[in-house]
Ligand binder design. Structure first.
Ligand SMILES: CC(C)(COP(=O)(O)OP(=O)(O)OC[C@H]1O[C@@H](n2cnc3c(N)ncnc32)[C@H](O)[C@@H]1OP(=O)(O)O)[C@@H](O)C(=O)NCCC(=O)NCCS
Length: 169
C-alpha cells in the first residue's frame, strides 16, 4: 500500500524484504560521511535496522522513513520520510538515495511530497531537518523545499555540531 505517490515515485512502508536496499544504502560513502555508521555489516543487521528505525516508528507514530520506488520500473531508489528521535523535540524530514540515482530530482520530488503529507494529511505545524554543516547538497535541497536555518546544535554534548533547519506551516 503506497503512503504517497508522485509523478515518478511511490513511497511505501519498508518491510524486512527491503534489507538488501538498506544494506547498500547505509554503507555508501555519502551516508557514512553525512549520516553516520549504523554498524550494518550483514543482511541480518539491515533487517535489525529496518525493525528499529522504520517498523518501530510506523507502529509508534504512524509515520517513518519510507521506501522510495521508481514508478516506471519498480526499482528501489532509497528512503525518505519523517522521523522523531527520542533526543530531539521536532519531527524531522529525512532522505537518502543510492548514489547512482542522484542528480535527477528524485530527492526533491519525494521530499516535497513528504512535506505536503506532513502538513495536509497529518496536520503537522512544523517540520525540522538536521544536516551536517558540510552537506551542501542536502542543505541546498532543504532550502529549496522552504526550510530555513535556525541554529547550530548538538544531539548530545559530545556529538559534532549540526545545522537545524525548519519550516513552520
Ligand atoms: C541529499 C540527496 C538525497 C540528494 O539526492 P538527489 O536525488 O541527488 O537530489 P536532487 O536530484 O533532487 O537534487 C537536489 C539539488 O541538489 C543538486 N545536486 C544533486 N546532486 C549533486 C551533486 N553531486 N553535486 C552538486 N549538486 C547536486 C541538484 O542539482 C539539485 O539542485 P538544484 O535544485 O539547484 O538543481 C543525496 O545527495 C543523498 O542521498 N545524500 C546522502 C544522504 C544524505 O546526505 N541525506 C541527507 C541527510 S540530512
Amino acid at each position: 500500500m503506497p503512503v504517497l505517490e508522485t509523478t515518478r515515485l511511490i513511497l511505501r512502508e519498508l518491510t524486512l524484504a527491503d534489507a538488501a536496499l538498506v544494506f547498500e544504502l547505509v554503507n555508501e560513502p555519502l551516508w557514512l560521511q553525512f549520516i553516520g555508521d549504523r554498524g550494518v555489516r550483514t543482511l541480518a543487521d539491515a533487517e535489525g535496522y529496518i525493525r528499529k528505525a522504520c517498523l518501530a516508528s510506523y507502529a509508534l507514530h504512524g509515520f517513518g522513513l519510507w521506501l522510495v520506488r521508481r514508478r516506471a520500473d519498480g526499482v528501489s531508489l532509497g528512503i525518505c520520510g519523517l522521523l522523531k528521535r527520542d533526543t530531539h523535540p521536532d519531527i524531522e524530514i529525512g532522505f537518502a538515495l543510492l548514489q547512482r540515482f542522484h542528480g535527477q530530482g528524485y530527492a526533491a520530488e519525494c521530499a516535497a511530497a513528504t512535506l505536503n503529507y506532513a502538513r495536509q494529511a497529518l496536520g503537522l505545524k512544523r517540520i525540522a531537518a538536521i544536516a551536517s554543516p558540510d552537506n551542501a547538497v542536502s542543505i541546498r535541497l532543504l532550502e529549496k523545499l522552504g526550510l530555513h536555518f535556525e541554529k547550530m546544535f548538538q544531539l548530545t554534548p559530545a556529538a559534532p555540531e549540526l545545522n537545524l533547519f525548519a519550516i513552520d506551516f
